[in-house]
Design a protein around this ligand. Structure first.
Ligand code: SF4
Length: 326
């Protein structure tokens, strides 16, 4: 018999949508974001505030604080809420797989679709999660290359992430493995493009995050967020690859580095490329961004409108240096 945890952590935006906190956010969450409760994750990722290497306050993920709530209270609120999908973020701790199964079943019981973000699993474990109700699986690839994964302390063998993406695509179908990739962890643009191509080749889709330094994490002492121009280039590249274009069609290189050809830097492309992408409805407002500043990922098309001109100019002017000089 699977046992539900007493508590889970819930993002502030999710509390608003569940009616458990007053609505103050301009952009409501499109998915209910729920995090497993744990003092620390056993992982050693140097950028993650949940990691056992971190001294950040408990319950932080990226720049978002996730207050703890009674699981029963959350399930009740979920059942009454209009939100269609739950995203369960797991942490590595004792019994986390069984807890993930129990929560997935409970969310399905509350009438919700379930996305789960979890470390690579064996195929038979993946099948159990799918039987419990998960129909999309997020894979925290995070680092765009094996070199970066080693540098930032990502747990497990690098190949396991890719094997997992391929298994998910096989079990759930193309486009249902969502590879989370963090831009700005120290990768070269070439490494990033190779990772984006690999995700597509394996039948997955990419969800991009901007590296967000959080005080108390080891990496925040040495690395700042990525330049916005680099992030825009990454977003347009990810979007166009997902649309079936090869980088040789839309990238060029000059003395300043890699850029996007003007004919691809259109309002139509840019407006779609800068949206948060991932599972249906996923928009993660304020996950990487501070209210009032130009967002890295935009939570809705209406949020893009006021910035669109500037975004197109940013994309046209963006250059990322080549890793290797010609
Ligand atoms: S894309 Fe969004 S909803 Fe899907 S697993 Fe990732 S964070 Fe969760």
């Amino acid at each position: 018999m699977l046992k539900l945890p007493e508590r889970v952590r819930v993002s502030l935006g999710t509390l608003e949508v569940l009616g458990l906190a007053p609505r103050v956010s301009r952009y409501p969450v499109g998915v209910a974001y729920i995090l497993m409760d744990a003092e620390r994750c056993w992982g050693t990722c140097k950028y993650c505030p949940l990691s056992r290497t971190s001294k950040a306050p408990e319950g932080m993920l990226s720049r978002v604080f996730w207050p703890p709530k009674l699981t029963e209270e959350v399930l009740e609120a979920l059942a009454k809420s209009p939100v269609k999908r739950v995203c369960l973020q797991t942490v590595i701790k004792k019994g986390y797989f069984e807890e993930a199964l129990a929560l997935t079943e409970a969310f399905r019981g509350a009438g919700k679709k379930v996305s789960i973000s979890i470390m690579p699993l064996q195929k038979r474990e993946l099948m159990r999660l799918v039987d419990a109700g998960a129909d999309y699986v997020g894979v925290g690839v995070d680092a765009a290359s094996e070199r970066v994964a080693r540098e930032v302390g990502r747990p497990g063998p690098w190949v396991a992430y890719w094997a997992f993406i391929s298994d998910i695509a096989e079990v759930l179908g193309e486009g249902r493995a969502i590879a989370h990739i963090i831009v700005g962890l120290g990768e070269t643009f070439e490494e990033l493009v190779a990772a984006l191509l690999k995700v597509r080749e394996l039948g997955g889709r990419t969800s991009l995050f901007a590296y967000t330094p959080v005080r108390g994490t080891p990496l925040a002492r040495v690395r700042g967020p990525p330049p916005i121009s680099y992030y825009r280039l990454a977003q347009v590249t990810a979007y166009l690859i997902e649309e079936g274009h090869h980088p040789s069609e839309f990238l060029f290189v000059d003395g300043r580095g890699w850029g996007i050809k003007d004919e691809f830097a259109t309002e139509e492309v840019v407006a779609k490329a800068v949206l948060t992408r991932g599972c249906p409805g996923c928009n993660r407002p304020y996950y990487n961004e501070r209210p009032g500043r130009e967002p890295f990922n935009f939570p809705s098309p209406s949020a893009v409108r006021e910035y669109l001109r500037r975004l197109v100019d940013e994309v046209k002017g963006a250059r990322v240096p080549r890793a290797q000089p010609p």
